[in-house]
Every structure is written in structure tokens, then in C-alpha cells.
Design a protein around this ligand. Structure first.
Ligand SMILES: [Zn+2]
Length: 547
């Protein structure tokens, strides 16, 4: 039975091509899709995740090699260069590093000063711009630090944080619809809310879930091992910089228990309140001093961009944008003697699928154009995609949709796929048809607490009003003996952002090939459709960003 996307393809071909009414036996796009090959994807993954790439840290030679490889592949496939400088869009970045010797956190209570120890008790990042920060202020506990009156929730009702340091948990209430939850969980949303109320610093508290996935031992081990980064605007400013916040730190559970001991709420009560989506904000009645020094360096790291030109003169100036981040976490703290964070799944795999998808489209171009972008510095905060969204090489209005690829896990024979973001726009039906055509079921997000919708590059496009989707494999296997949820959770706990996300991870290639085809079918359906995708009427993200 033909799916919707196949019908669209057949109609498009029938109208554009022959002029007769006989439907062609084989649709060109279909034969191109049939060419998706394990061998190609595997060769790309092997190159990108090789130890010689040294974990593809933005600004480092290993990343530059990977970028040159992407450009070579795009050139061989006959794509048009789509950057500012041929294939490349150089992204200017401030790379900043904390001076670990200078880190200071002092608690001032009951006339007594307690100096806490960096790594043992707290960690902090550097300041994006200033060389030195110092702030002393009262601490106010503000739950998640979320103000969402339209969802009937506020951590700030009746709470004054002007001139204060806010102490908050990550994430946002589990009672929220899941993508609204993701929006409010973002560091940006929280920082903007706190600043608008006059806060001067922030302390991050550890939830039970974070404690489980990132035990303090791991946080300690990784603290200070990688630079922070910010992209630089054309006027020379650091993007997403909040100078009002003079200091920030994350404290261990033991320190939090101790600091909350003589306050109106115990740390465990605070954790319970957030776990049940209940505001319980309160001044804590003590002060802290936060201080640090930071060093800065200006670097550049390129996005790599290629274009398959559309065949319909009326639509070829519009673009479906496929994205995947090419960077990973570089060389860092060793685990079992291995210090290279190869990022084989995250995101050598997505980048490899991007190349194979470009090959399919180059062999059989659709009506609209298709832009392929390998972005830099995703791991440093979605920086390459955000830069492209602010300084696009094609007009923003010309981008009809974004389809992102990030860490597709093929750890077992897959039965289902999750499509982040598609339920907000007309993409939902398109995506479901594409997935079904490859024998996968579409399932709802089984891990809303991970806020994945805001955590990869599609969100940079969403924030510019471009409807987006991002497919990741679900928890179900076609093999009844596989507990998919347990396998995925074990990967996230043991290998995600660890040196062991390398070429030794298992890969179910049949799933990888079908997933690639499903992801390509989405692009064909969008690029060949007469109408461009639209946000759903009254949608939260559409209203927020597309108006
Ligand atoms: Zn990733």
C-alpha cells in the first residue's frame, strides 16, 4: 500500500516528468533510496571516530580534519558549496577556561565562614567575557527557577531574588507537557527569568536523577577538563552572555544537605517538592561568596555546508535543511586508560548518515533544494547551529524545515522511532508515513525528563521559527529477547559522553540502513510537496518563535 510520502513522490514525478498518464514503474527517488549502503556509512564512521581525529573538539586539528573530510565527500557527490567560503562557514568562538586555582565558594552562616573545596565540594565554569568575578549575596532557594503562569506554575510567586543568589535544580516540572517542559528546562530560559528579577548569581543543586547518571565522582573527574565556548556576533559580543550573573557553581549533595540543614526546608524536602512539581521556594538565611578568574582565547571552527539544487524552478529557492553536529568532546579525563572521547555514535554516526543522505538526494534531486550542514561546537552549547541560524547562508524564510541527526543508536534490531518536535507542525503526518514506509512504528517520547527536544541542533532552527524534527531510535526491538529500554539506558549511563562511545560499540547495520532511508523519505516528502510545512494552530513553539 502506498504511503502518503510515496503518493506525493509519485504525483510529483508524474507531473514533472512524463506528461503521459502512465505511472513510472520505479520512482527515481525510490531507486536512490534502495542504494543506501552499510559500507558507505561504515567507512565514514570509521574515519570520523578514529583515534586520529582526537574526539573532534571544535577548534582542534581533529575537528578540522573531519570538516575537510565532509567537504571532500560533498564535492565528490557533486553538491554545490553552500558556505561563506566555499564549503565552509567559519564560526568565530570565544574559548574560555577557568583558572582552577582561583575558584572560591565561601558559605557565611551564623557569623562563621566556611571555605569549600573546588572539586571536593563544588565545581564551576568560567566567565565567557570577564577575567575576574566576585560576588557575595544571600541565597534564595527557587525550586526549578521556572515561571510559567500559562501552565499554572511559578517558583517565583511571592519570592524576591533582587540582588540575591538563586539556588535551583536543573530541569523543570514533570507535570508540564513534555516539550514545554524542555523549553523551561533550558539554561537560557532560567537565566533570563532569574536576571529579569535581579538575581546576581546561581547555585545548581543535584536532583536524584542527576546523582544517578552523573555521580559526583564523575563530575569531579571531568571538572575543568574542557573549555567553555560562546559564539561571537558580528559586533564582537559573546552570544548568550548574561553579565548580570556574577558567579555560578554546582554543589555536591553532601554540601547541599549541610547548607540546607538549618533553613526552612531540608535538602531532601526540596528534592521531594520538585519531584512532585510543587513550588517550595524560600530564602535560606545565609550568604555565600562566589569568585573565580577565567582566561579567554578567540578561535574559529567551521560549519560545512553543501546544497543539492532542486529541480522545480518555482521551488528551488526554498530549502529543506538536514543537519548533524560533527564535533565531539575531544581529549579529556582518562577512563580505564582511554582519554579520547571518540563520539562514534555521538555524532560520527549522525554525520555519516548525513553524507549518505546527501548521496541519495544528489542522485535524485527533489523539487525544492536540500541543504546539508555539518555543524561545529554542538557539544559546547549548540553553537555552530545557532550561529548558522543567526547568520544563515540562505534566507531564513527560505528554510522550510529542518531534519536533524544526533546520536542515532543502533544497538539492537529496531522496531520503533521517536520523532522529536514533529507533533508541533504539519511534519507529524509526513514523518509517520516516512517511518512506516521502512517498517518502523512511531512512538511518543519515552524519556521526557531528558528534554531532548532542546538539546540538539534542531532547536536552533525552531528558535528562528523553522519547523523541525529529529528522529531517534525508540526502546522497542523486533527481537523479543532484547529489552531495548535497558540497553539504551545502559548506553546513556556507561558510554554516553565517555571514551567508550567508540568503534567497539555494537551496530545493527540493517536498522541503520532503514533508519537512513526513513530519514531521507521525510526530506523527499517535504521537498516535493506543493505546500511548505506549517506550525500547528496555536502551537506553543510556533506562537513563541514563528510570529
Ligand atoms: Zn550529540
Amino acid at each position: 500500500m502506498p504511503t502518503r510520502s510515496m503518493t506525493v513522490l509519485l504525483l510529483a514525478i508524474a507531473c514533472a516528468g512524463c506528461g503521459g498518464d502512465a505511472e513510472p514503474e520505479v520512482v527515481p527517488a525510490d531507486s536512490a533510496l534502495a542504494e543506501v549502503a552499510k559500507e558507505n556509512i561504515e567507512a565514514h564512521v570509521r574515519y570520523l571516530a578514529d583515534d586520529a581525529r582526537e574526539g573532534r573538539m571544535a577548534g582542534q586539528p581533529g575537528y578540522d580534519d573531519a570538516a575537510a573530510y565532509m567537504a571532500e565527500q560533498f564535492a565528490e557527490l557533486g553538491l554545490e558549496p553552500g558556505g561563506e567560503d566555499g564549503w565552509f562557514q567559519p564560526v568565530p568562538l570565544i574559548s574560555y577556561q577557568l583558572d582552577e586555582e582561583s575558584t572560591t565558594l565561601i558559605a557565611h552562616r551564623d557569623g562563621k565562614d566556611t571555605r569549600l573545596q573546588y572539586k571536593e565540594h563544588f565545581t564551576m565554569g568560567g566567565d565567557k567575557v570577564r577575567e575576574e568575578n566576585h560576588v557575595r549575596a544571600e541565597v534564595v532557594y527557587v525550586g526549578f527557577g521556572v515561571h510559567a503562569p500559562e501552565l499554572g506554575y511559578s517558583d517565583y510567586d511571592g519570592i524576591d531574588v533582587s540582588g540575591k543568589i538563586v539556588a535551583m535544580f536543573g530541569n523543570s516540572p514533570g507535570s508540564f507537557p513534555h516539550n514545554e517542559r524542555a523549553f523551561y528546562a533550558s539554561t537560557r530560559s532560567k537565566a533570563e527569568e532569574a536576571i529579569s528579577r535581579g538575581a546576581v548569581g546561581a547555585i545548581r543543586l543535584m536532583s536524584k536523577r542527576i546523582e544517578e547518571y552523573y555521580p559526583w565522582e564523575r563530575i569531579k573527574r571531568e571538572a575543568g577538563t574542557r573549555p567553555g565556548m560562546a559564539w561571537v556576533t558580528i559586533t564582537g559580543e559573546a552570544a548568550d552572555y548574561y553579565p548580570e550573573l556574577q558567579g555560578s557553581a554546582m554543589i555536591s549533595v553532601d554540601v547541599a544537605r549541610d547548607l540546607f540543614a538549618s533553613t526552612p526546608i531540608s535538602f531532601d524536602e526540596a528534592r521531594e517538592a520538585t519531584a512532585s512539581s510543587r513550588p517550595a521556594s524560600t530564602p535560606l538565611g545565609f550568604e555565600v561568596t562566589l569568585a573565580r578568574k577565567s582566561k579567554h582565547e578567540v578561535i574559529t571552527s567551521p560549519n560545512v555546508i553543501g546544497i543539492v539544487r532542486g529541480t522545480d524552478p518555482d521551488l528551488a529557492d526554498e530549502y529543506v535543511v538536514y543537519s548533524a553536529h560533527l564535533d565531539h568532546n575531544g581529549v579529556g579525563a582518562p577512563v580505564d586508560g582511554d582519554d579520547i572521547y571518540n563520539g562514534a555514535y555521538d555524532n560520527a554516526m549522525g554525520s555519516s548518515l548525513l553524507i549518505e543522505t546527501a548521496r541519495v538526494f544528489a542522485a535524485s534531486p527533489p523539487r525544492r533544494s536540500v541543504l546539508f550542514i555539518a555543524v561545529t561546537a554542538e557539544e559546547r552549547g549548540l553553537l555552530g547551529s545557532d550561529y548558522f541560524a543567526h547568520y544563515p547562508t540562505v534566507p531564513t524564510e527560505a528554510m522550510v524545515a529542518n531534519v536533524n541527526l544526533d546520536m542515532p543508536l543502533f544497538l539492537f534490531p529496531l522496531a520503533d522511532i521517536i520523532a522529536f518536535g514533529s507533533e508541533h507542525s504539519s511534519l507529524e503526518a509526513t514523518v509517520e508515513a516516512a517511518i512506516n514506509a521502512e517498517g518502523f512504528a512511531l512512538t511518543p517520547d519515552p524519556m521526557p525528563e531528558e528534554n531532548i527536544f532542546i538539546r540538539s541542533d534542531q532547536y536552533s532552527f525552531v528558535r528562528k521559527g523553522v519547523p523541525a524534527t529529529f528522529l531517534v531510535p525508540g526502546y522497542t526491538s523486533t527481537d523479543p529477547d532484547v529489552d531495548g529500554e535497558a540497553v539504551v539506558k545502559a548506553f546513556r549511563k556507561l558510554h554516553y559522553h565517555q571514551p567508550s562511545d567508540d568503534l567497539s560499540r555494537p551496530i545493527d547495520w540493517d536498522s541503520a540502513v532503514r533508519f537512513t532511508r526513513a530519514n531521507a523519505r521525510i526530506g523527499y516528502a517535504i521537498a516535493d510537496d506543493d505546500a511548505r510545512p506549517t506550525w500547528n494552530e496555536g502551537d506553543f513553539f510556533g506562537e513563541m518563535f514563528a510570529k
